[in-house]
Design a protein around this ligand. Structure first.
Ligand SMILES: Nc1ncnc2c1ncn2[C@@H]1O[C@H](COP(=O)(O)OP(=O)(O)O)[C@@H](O)[C@H]1O
Ligand SMILES: Cc1ncc(COP(=O)(O)O)c(C=O)c1O
Ligand SMILES: [Mg+2]
Length: 290
């Protein structure tokens, strides 16, 4: 029997609703991965409500928890680490030392970094030192990097002129070290208004994917976290990077369809669970080159 992969997921937890681990853990479990959630913050709700209660985890807790798992002899079973929303740069550095610790025991372990940055136009609130840490330190250690357009712009230090420019920016990011860059959300002059587009850039080639853009009165949150979590889960389950990319687009679209049908602001993950595991829709990734 094939072994069930294990994934250490280090990102935020919200008590109410879905963002960070609260958006990604259940879907990753539902597709068949054992998840070890390590919550960087515990907030009442995601920050786009504009107000929340709760605390950031003390950074020294991250190595302490990783050591606790090592002490029971389980750390070598960790197949991948995912990091997302960080409450401080010190937390980020603690995660990188955890990743190094895990890779020393299991050199095949993968690290996916979702570089969640704050943006005034988006409303996601992240300290500036976290953005600086992601740009300067985390990208170099990640096997997979999953920025959205605003985060890709921050890495490149500019906005794109075209789709091919987005591709060039993502390729430049590949040169910093990751095996693959998944741009979860493209925005560039001339983009068709009714499409939601993504890019996958790897050492072996690049692929572009388009799915329908659905209308929401308020943009749902946690979509990026769901996207990076499902992508890593499917890679661990044995998908090629392109197959994981296509699966992720389909499963996330299914969640958005369910969320739209329920007129809900929070993602309808529980109602969409069968469609996450077995998406009915399919979007083809098409090769793209400069
Ligand atoms: N098919 C879609 N239709 C409408 N909105 C979408 C669709 N897919 C994603 N979104 C929204 O687009 C925004 C961009 O998300 P994205 O950039 O992928 O990641 P992040 O959630 O990290 O910002 C989010 O607000 C999300 O809710
Ligand atoms: C606590 C928390 N975690 C994670 C996120 C990231 O969500 P998204 O997937 O939209 O990038 C947010 C966004 O507001 C948040 O408030
Ligand atoms: Mg995000």
């Amino acid at each position: 029997m094939k072994r069930t992969p294990h994934l250490l997921a280090i990102q935020s937890h919200v008590v109410f609703g879905h963002a960070g681990n609260s958006a990604a853990v259940f879907p990753m479990q539902r597709v068949g991965v054992n998840v070890w959630p390590l919550n960087t913050v515990q907030f009442s709700n995601h920050t786009q409500y504009g107000q929340w209660a709760g605390e950031v985890l003390a950074p020294q807790q991250i190595p302490a928890l990783v050591e606790g798992i090592a002490a029971i002899g389980e750390l070598g079973n960790c197949d991948a680490v995912l990091s997302g929303y960080l409450g401080s740069a010190a937390q980020g550095r603690a995660i990188l030392s955890g990743v190094a610790r895990i890779k020393a025991i299991n050199p095949k372990a993968l690290y996916l970094c979702d570089p969640v940055m704050g943006h005034p136009e988006k409303g996601c609130i992240v300290p500036q030192e976290v953005s600086d840490f992601l740009l300067d330190e985390a990208a170099a250690m990640a096997d997979f990097l999953c920025p959205n357009q605003l985060e890709l712009d921050s890495f490149a230090g500019r906005k794109p002129q075209s789709l091919f420019d987005c591709l060039a920016m993502a390729k430049a990011l590949l040169a910093r070290g990751p095996k693959a860059v998944l741009v979860k959300h493209l925005d560039y002059p001339g983009k068709l208004p009714d499409g939601f587009e993504m890019l996958l850039v790897t050492e072996d080639g690049s692929w572009h994917l388009r799915r329908p853009l659905l209308a929401f009165p308020r943009q749902p949150v946690g979509v990026g976290d769901l996207t990076s979590g499902l992508f890593l889960a499917r890679v661990l389950l044995g998908d090629s990077l392109v197959a994981a990319f296509e699966f992720t687009a389909a499963a996330v679209h299914e969640v958005l369809l369910e969320t739209q049908a329920c007129a809900s602001y929070e993602l309808e993950l529980v109602r969409a669970q069968d469609r996450i595991a077995h998406p009915r829709v399919r979007f083809e990734a098409t090769p793209i080159s400069l």
